[in-house]
Design a binder for this molecule. Structure first.
Ligand code: SF4
Ligand code: MG
Length: 325
């Protein structure tokens, strides 16, 4: 079997000069080959930090990361580093920033092929770049253009084609459609789903948008201030959300068939992730908070198939709500 797991129950800290930038703690999950795990949460919750850990850009200070049975962080540093970078690719939010504006598309997509020594012959390279463009619904003729000649959605397809060049097994997608118009988002998401089916790709999909997550994921992890607070199969999470924060996020999205109920905006401010409140970090915003919540940090515990970090859920004092969806 193939899995990607990040079973670190620990603290990951990225230090940059003068500032402590990122903290992720108590995050652990497994993604099966060919499936999508989505991580959701408001900005600053640590989603992108997890993404960067998975592609080896950050290193955990404790804990570990297993990729297909292999210690990924050891592999990122050792003689297997090149192979790991081939197998795990990342797609970023902003295709404007991630595509070199002075390069032709041919060179942008061809670069990983050259860098990894996969194709050196010029004619073969063109052929392969053409195939990659076709796989994302673009024309081989597009290779002779520059990024500014494309729309935002087309540019994101070019980044996907580039990410696919090394035939990766695992794609970490950090808000890949957030910069795009809603109609274009759906096109790009559908292409990603088709590619997943055709190539048995495994995705970690980062998004703040639950409507997008619902469209693409198999499992969903909800993050709050650097911690995973709920982890469940998509259907279970959307139909029976357990954590008060997950419910708050779900209440804030427009319903497909609006029942006339006013949607509730997400309440309150996200505290500073570097100085989270004691106990459950969500307690200042939670209608169910009690003294225990303000002092003791809840652990992520399995509760009928959903993993949830909430004293209220564990004490069964939060009403079970089946959302009409
Ligand atoms: Fe609310 Fe307490 Fe659960 Fe935190 S642990 S979400 S404060 S009920
Ligand atoms: Mg981010």
């Amino acid at each position: 079997t193939f899995d990607v797991s990040a079973p670190w129950l620990n603290r990951v800290i990225e230090r940059k000069p003068r500032a402590l930038l990122h903290a992720v703690d108590g995050v652990g999950f497994t993604i099966e080959r060919g499936k999508t795990l989505a991580l959701v949460g408001e900005s600053g919750c640590g989603k992108s930090t997890v993404a960067r850990l998975l592609v080896g850009l950050y290193e955990p200070t404790r804990g570990g990361l297993t990729f297909d049975g292999q210690d990924a962080h050891a592999a990122f540093k050792g003689k297997d580093a090149r192979a790991m970078r081939r197998r795990i690719q990342m797609i970023f939010q902003d295709p404007y920033a991630s595509l070199n504006p002075r390069w032709l598309v041919e060179d942008i997509i061809g670069e990983p092929l050259r860098e990894h020594g996969l194709i050196t012959d010029a004619a073969q390279l063109k052929k392969r770049v053409g195939e990659l463009l076709q796989s994302v619904g673009l024309s081989p003729l597009d290779m002779a253009k520059y990024p500014h000649q494309f729309s935002g959605g087309q540019r994101q397809r070019i980044s996907i084609a580039r990410a696919l060049a090394t035939e990766p097994e695992f794609l970490v997608c950090d808000e890949p459609t957030s910069a795009l118009d809603v109609s274009v988002q759906a096109q790009v998401l559908n292409i990603m789903k088709d590619l997943q089916r055709q190539r048995q790709l495994t995705y970690l999909f980062i998004s703040h948008n639950l409507a997008v997550v619902r469209h693409v994921s198999d499992q969903v992890g909800v993050m709050y201030l650097g911690r995973l607070v709920e982890l469940a199969d998509k259907k279970v999470l959307f139909e029976n959300p357990r954590h008060p924060y997950t419910r708050m996020l779900l209440d804030a999205i427009p319903k497909m068939h609006d029942t006339g109920r006013a949607r509730t905006p997400v309440q309150g401010e996200v505290p500073n992730p570097l100085n989270p409140p004691p106990g459950c970090a969500f307690n200042p915003r939670c209608p169910y908070a009690n003294d225990r919540c303000r002092t003791e940090r809840p652990q992520l515990i399995d509760d009928g198939g959903t993993r949830v970090a909430c004293h209220g859920v564990q004490e069964k004092r939060i009403p079970l709500v089946e959302l009409a969806v």
